[in-house]
Write a protein that binds this ligand. Structure first.
Ligand SMILES: [Zn+2]
Ligand SMILES: [Zn+2]
Length: 147
C-alpha cells in the first residue's frame, strides 16, 4: 500500500472511531465524538459530548434544532481532559467550535479532520477561528466516509 493510500485509510479508520464514540454522547440534539492522536500517530484519547458527571442529560427543553446545546462539555474538551501532553491530530464528527479550536491549538493540534461542517456558527466566531487557524497554520479538512 502506498503512503498516500495508507494515510487515506487512517483518516477513514479514525473518523469511524470518532463516529463510534459519538454514540455515547448525551445530547439529544447532536452526538459528537473526538479521537486525538499524538505526534507519533498513536491514539492519545477519545471523548464524546456529555453533561458533567452526575448532572442530568440534555432534554428537548434544553437542546433542540433551534437551541444550541449549552449543557454538555464538548467531545474535544473531554478528549483533551482525558489525555496529557501534546496532541497532533484531532478527528471529530463535527467541525469544532471556537472554544474547542482554541483548546486544541493550545495543546498542539496541527490538523483537524471532521465529517460534518458547523453551519450555524456566528460570523464573528467563524472569523476568529479562521484567524487562529491561519496564525498557527492548522490544517482544517472535511473528509467524507467512504463506503
Ligand atoms: Zn445538549
Ligand atoms: Zn466545542
Amino acid at each position: 500500500m502506498t503512503t498516500s493510500k495508507r494515510s487515506v485509510l487512517k483518516d477513514q479508520v479514525f473518523l469511524r472511531m470518532a463516529l463510534e464514540i459519538s454514540r455515547l454522547g448525551t445530547c439529544c440534539r447532536l452526538k459528537v465524538g473526538c479521537i486525538l492522536l499524538r505526534s507519533d500517530g498513536g491514539i492519545a484519547s477519545g471523548g464524546f459530548n456529555g453533561a458533567l458527571p452526575g448532572m442530568a442529560h440534555c432534554t428537548p427543553e434544553t437542546c433542540g434544532p433551534d437551541k444550541r446545546c449549552l449543557h454538555t462539555s464538548h467531545a474535544e474538551e473531554n478528549a483533551l481532559g482525558f489525555s496529557e501532553g501534546a496532541v497532533a491530530v484531532a478527528y471529530v464528527t463535527d467541525e469544532p467550535c471556537l472554544t474547542c479550536t482554541r483548546a486544541l491549538v493550545r495543546r498542539g493540534v496541527r490538523r483537524v479532520v471532521f465529517l460534518r461542517p458547523y453551519t450555524s456558527m456566528a460570523e464573528q466566531e467563524k472569523a476568529e477561528r479562521t484567524a487562529i487557524l491561519a496564525h498557527f497554520g492548522v490544517k482544517w479538512e472535511q473528509v467524507e466516509l467512504q463506503a
